[in-house]
Design a binder for this molecule. Sequence first.
Ligand code: PGA
Length: 251
Amino acid sequence: MSSKNIIIANWKSNPNSEEKATKLFRSVKSLSKTLKNSTVIICPPVVFLKALASIGILTKCKLGIQDISAYDGGAHTGEISVSMVKAFGVSHVIVGHSERRASGETNIVINEKIKTILEAGLIPVLCIGEREREHGMWYLHEVKKQLEENLRGINKNKIKKIIFAYEPVWAIGARATRVATPEESLEMSIYIRKVLSDLYDTNIAKTVSIIYGGSVDERNASSFIEHGGVHGFLVGRASLDPKQFITIAQA
Ligand code: PGA
């Protein structure tokens, strides 16, 4: 496991102009210089990549994107390929976000996307997480199935490169029913390592990076780092406020 914390900003479909996007990026970039042991990765809408890349990428402040085509080019209307985004210095790609799963993205497609991302030498940020916790231990099976199907056919040397983002769907966004507890995050981080140990080996299970996402803010961030078994975050709403985002990164 990397000793560095990884804080990923998922801007989703925000902001609504290039001017606002560059302003936000400049603020985060400047504040990120104060970070000691964390790397921040900003994932804007792809239309802003060129403008943000021209402002410059730092070792502590990198660029990522929120989704990618499973194909590197070809007849795929509306898709953005890995080669296109690599040209702007993108290093990380979010894949399998629950908002994309909810609009029909299957585990098979996510598996293809992860292979394409790894093939291009980029780092996948694989989002996994249950839709609800109502029915006994079913939520563990749901996450296990995601891991098994999303990672199928990927060898263990490549698995080490993936960042696993545990994002319980019920804790994400403005419609979150509640915030997860650090204990729930810890339980799932142990479970993810157990599944990876069964699928690969204990070394892989121990070394992979696991981060948490879902209603992270400046008040709850440090308790997840201290007790949640994770060493970073995938942040949605709070990433649109540079000061709050950097406070989370300092947690
Ligand atoms: P949130 O979003 O921080 O606004 O809950 C997290 C995410 O969707 O990754």
